[in-house]
Design a binder for this molecule. Structure first.
Ligand code: SAH
Length: 214
């Protein structure tokens, strides 16, 4: 991987910062430690890659804050071989973390240019998901359902029912629900065909899910 000592050092600091903020899952912290986040940003902005902040990636979108990526990943309790649907590949950074945990990842991105660029980076660092698709995340991926876990990386007004239907019984979905200004992270467990359990996990800020047709 294209990486320098300086970047490795900055990443170690970031891992420590995430630990202090409450991330405890060793596999997740290790993934943050090994994935070169700077490659997911434009070269001019590389120096911002290991600050715990979101950052613009063009098309009015942002790469998620490392804490948020670690938090969503930790709460899903990813196991090797889990089949995961990710909505909103964005830069591809979150995707790479899930792939590095040996999950079978299916990722959907709505904006063509981001779909293209994330695919290129993921392939260059050998962390390609099973599938990365240009499409509308609200539709999910019926032909690959059911999924063990669903990770939604953009804000929704409510739980998208179509996606819930694509979750295994016993499966978990992590999703920020709210309006443009404020969202609450929800961890949903599908406990039976028609029953879910909801846990609220605090405030976060995401870009909104795009609703218009492609
Ligand atoms: N986790 C990503 C960033 C996600 S930002 C990262 O680490 O880089 C949210 C992403 O969701 C954006 O790229 C946006 O284009 C995408 N998105 C918004 N609406 C969508 C939809 N309906 N379907 C799929 N992707 C969508």
């Amino acid at each position: 991987m294209k990486d320098s000592y300086k970047q490795k050092g900055l990443r170690k600091k970031l891992v420590l910062e995430l630990f202090k903020k409450g991330i405890r899952n060793e596999k997740v912290l290790n993934a943050i430690n090994i994935i070169p986040r700077h490659l997911f940003l434009h070269k001019d902005f590389e120096n911002f890659a290991y600050i715990d902040k979101p950052f613009p990636i063009g098309e009015d979108q942002t790469i998620s804050q490392p804490y948020t990526v670690a938090f969503q990943t930790e709460k899903l309790e990813i196991k090797s071989g889990d089949k995961i649907l990710e909505i909103g590949s964005g830069s591809g950074y979150q995707t790479s973390i899930l792939v590095s945990l040996n999950a079978d990842v299916y990722s959907i991105e709505r904006i063509y240019n981001l779909f293209k660029s994330s695919k290129k980076i993921l392939s260059s660092i050998n962390l390609m998901p099973k599938k990365i698709i240009w499409g509308d995340g609200y539709l999910g991926l019926v032909e690959e359902a059911p999924f063990d876990k669903i990770l939604i990386a953009a804000a929704c007004n409510e739980i998208p029912i179509r996606l819930l239907r694509q979750l295994k019984i016993g499966g978990k979905m992590i999703i920020p629900i709210g309006n443009q200004k404020k969202q609450i992270m929800n961890l949903i467990t599908r406990i039976s065909k028609n029953k879910i359990k909801k846990m609220e996990l605090g405030n976060f800020l995401f870009v909104p899910m795009l609703k218009d047709k492609i």
